[in-house]
Design a protein around this ligand. Structure first.
Ligand code: ADP
Ligand code: ZN
Ligand code: ZN
Length: 678
């Protein structure tokens, strides 16, 4: 009887892998197949039964025989995960300082990790029954313009690893570059797979439709968090077995098993949604670049407003820059961007006369308007004029937002909900007033000002039900909406054809945020939302497309760069500032966060953490409370460490985490590498 040992990774916070015993069972004359690295295995852990991932198959182990336990069963039905995939997980675990098991196992569909294998067997059967879908020939492709053609050529003519930054203004036809690059790569080898990332679930249906129309004979798999588990399993398996040739997904798809990956595409690469904000706080964009390098394949990062990191990468030659300066559709031109000075033109109900007139012009010609207000709810706060009471969340450093439709005050951070009080809780005044404006209130005002118009709102509240977001965007595309009001949900990526007016109602707040990335984000957001206008050729007698920005600071350089559609100048200024201030991308950062019932406890922990160590080339800042200090009755503080050298920072953080563990503090803490929200 052959006996070997399996080293497995488990989804536990303990920073180690575990050894188990495996004994061959003789069934008749046939011996059971030997376990292999990359297979899943069911085994006992404490009193539970769990599924682990085989990292190593060993002849011997240092674990004493008495302590060893036997595995239950190896999942032979599932082809092993590849060495490349394991290496990707190992890198992510190492770089983001998490145990490997906490990276690799959560990256697998839930149904793979249950003990019963029925759903796996069902998915394998279902996949086998699907018709052959390996015809990679594209349906008819439009002729590319010169800029698009050189972007495609740059990718397909460069063998091996290369990171390409595709910098193309909104509507310049980046999607077409992705599709035709994909067609070429698919034609180069008979089993190539391509992974395409989009920042948001809501953008998958649009791109999915394009891909299906372009490659009718090919299997496409989609991966995002909105899928039912059964579906997710099937799509994951299609990618893992190599049958799906194009895999389209959100950031979580970056950790999918794609064994014959030949091209990576990250659309809207600057988008903050590529950063996971809990658990393994990875950047899917950064992992894409790492994965491409590891595999020796091209990665395409596309954006109209690249992240400063990527722009810097292109300036310094680490990335290859391809530029699309003009809109692809004949006679579609970039919209004119104008500022409306709120100091001079006082708005009523949040709308200036000039904006109202501009909307009227659109209504007359049957064109659409999009109003962008990045604040959902009716009003950000309810207040009492008589005594100064305002609706604060009792558990967070935040206001309770007024949601008029369902008669609720709601905290957007901890979820606390209350009925709207009839009178002031402090003085009894019954005349409570909403302060400020959210999308619901704007929707109400717009309906009152334009009773004949079809006003429609899209935000996280209006699209809570599964499938409702897709249906909402469909209505806009179908021309059933005259005035669309929405949050950043409507700003990104959508190719609205009938839209000739875009307005940003109140974007100023981000200009003065403490977050040093706020202006970079604001610029990207406004460029994106502006880019929704005028994507089709201008109609005979129709309105010119324009973008109106209501602001109190019309002289701000950010708005001037915006009006000039000048991302490169804006980026150059920002990079210069960052360099002078020693900030990323000229500096590498890690953030230690601490949470406690009392702020002092969290700060004291961070102080101790700061003093526990002393390193050359590492700068340790003072602990500070987080901007939003309290969330759900927990106080939060943070400590930033910086270094001009990434390897130095990595080495330091590794040791530091070990010493923090040794402190055995009761404070809950976590370390984030390359933090974006600080
Ligand atoms: P982006 O992603 O850069 O914002 P899209 O890829 O959505 O832009 O393209 C904008 C529009 O231009 C789409 O309607 C698309 O069909 C069209 N388009 C793209 N490339 C071409 C081309 N070479 N010739 C004609 N139209 C094109
Ligand atoms: Zn009062
Ligand atoms: Zn709260």
């Amino acid at each position: 009887m052959k006996q070997i040992y399996l080293r497995v990774a488990l989804d536990t916070p303990l920073d180690s892998s575990f050894d188990y015993r495996w004994t061959a069972q003789e069934s008749g004359t046939e011996e059971t197949a030997l376990p292999q690295v990359g297979q899943l295995v069911a085994l006992p852990f404490g009193r539970q039964e769990v599924v682990g991932l085989i990292l190593d198959v060993l002849e011997e182990t240092t674990v004493p025989e008495a302590k060893l336990r036997d595995v239950f069963a190896v999942r032979h039905e599932l082809p092993p995960l590849s060495q490349e995939w394991l290496a990707l997980c190992r890198f992510a675990a190492d770089y983001y300082q998490r145990p490997l098991g906490e990276v690799a196992l959560p990256a697998l569909p839930k149904n793979l990790k249950v003990l019963k294998t029925v759903s796996l067997q069902r998915a394998i059967k279902k996949l086998a029954k699907l018709a052959d879908a390996s015809d990679v020939r594209p349906a008819s492709q439009p002729a590319l313009n010169d800029a698009q053609q050189s972007a495609v050529d740059a990718v397909v003519n460069t063998p091996g690893y290369a990171a390409h930054l595709l910098f193309g203004v909104t509507g310049s036809g980046k999607t077409e570059v992705y599709l035709q690059t994909a067609a070429k790569i698919l034609a180069q080898s008979d089993d190539a797979q391509i992974l395409i990332l989009v920042p948001e679930i809501n953008l998958t249906p649009q791109l999915e439709a394009h891909i299906r129309a372009r490659f009718p004979g090919l299997m496409l798999s989609t991966l995002h968090s909105g899928m039912a588990e059964g579906e997710r399993m099937l799509h994951w398996l299609a990618a893992h077995t190599g049958r799906a040739r194009i895999i389209l997904g959100t950031r979580l798809a970056m950790l999918a098993s794609v064994p014959r990956l030949k091209l990576l595409i990250v659309d809207e690469e600057h988008d903050p949604s590529y950063k996971q904000q809990e658990g393994l706080r990875y950047s899917a964009r950064d992992l894409a670049v790492w994965r491409a390098r590891q595999l020796g394949i091209p990665v395409v990062l596309g954006s109209a407003t690249p992240s400063l990191e990527s722009w810097h990468g292109a300036q310094t030659g680490r990335y290859r820059l391809s530029e699309l300066r003009e809109r692809a559709v004949q006679d579609a031109v970039l919209p004119v961007i104008k500022l409306i000075n709120l100091e001079r033109e006082k708005p009523s109900d949040g709308l200036t006369q000039r904006l109202i007139a501009a909307i009227k012009l659109r209504l007359e010609k049957g064109e659409q308007s999009l109003l962008f207000l990045n604040r959902r709810g009716y009003a950000p706060v309810l207040a009492c004029d008589a005594c100064g009471w305002i609706s604060n969340c009792t558990r967070c450093t935040a206001h309770l937002v007024l949601h008029k439709g369902d008669h609720r005050l709601r905290c957007h951070h901890c979820g606390l909900e209350q009925r709207i009080p009839r009178s002031c809780p402090t003085c009894g005044n019954i005349d409570l007033q909403p302060l400020g404006r959210g999308t619901q209130r704007m929707e109400e005002s717009l309906a009152a000002i334009f009773p004949e118009a079809r006003v429609f709102r899209i935000d996280a509240d209006s699209t809570r039900l599964k499938g409702s977001a897709a249906a909402a965007f469909e209505r806009v595309h179908a021309g059933e909406v005259d005035i669309l009001i929405g949050t950043q949900m409507v700003a990104k990526g959508h190719d609205f054809k009938h839209l000739t007016l875009v307005a940003a109602l109140n974007p100023d707040a981000a200009l003065f945020s403490q977050d040093y990335r706020a202006s970079e984000r604001l610029f990207a957001q406004l460029m994106q939302v502006a880019g929704r206008a005028g994507r089709a050729a201008q109609k005979e007698g129709g309105n010119l497309s324009e973008v109106l920005v209501q602001t109190r600071y019309p002289d701000h350089p950010l708005y001037h760069a915006l009006m000039a559609h000048n991302y490169p100048d804006f980026a150059a200024d920002m990079l210069q500032e960052r360099q002078q201030a020693h900030m990323p991308p000229f500096m590498y950062q890690a953030l230690l966060r601490a949470e406690a019932k009392e702020l002092e406890t969290a700060i004291a922990f961070l102080k101790e953490a700061a003093s526990a160590t002393d390193h050359i080339g590492i700068m340790i800042n003072d602990p500070i409370p987080m901007t939003m200090t309290r969330v759900a009755n927990v106080d939060r503080a943070q400590l930033l460490v910086e270094s001009a050298s990434r390897p130095a920072l990595q080495a330091f953080v590794k040791e530091w985490i070990a010493s923090l563990r040794a402190m055995k503090s009761r404070v809950k803490w976590s370390v984030e590498i390359d933090p974006v929200d600080i």
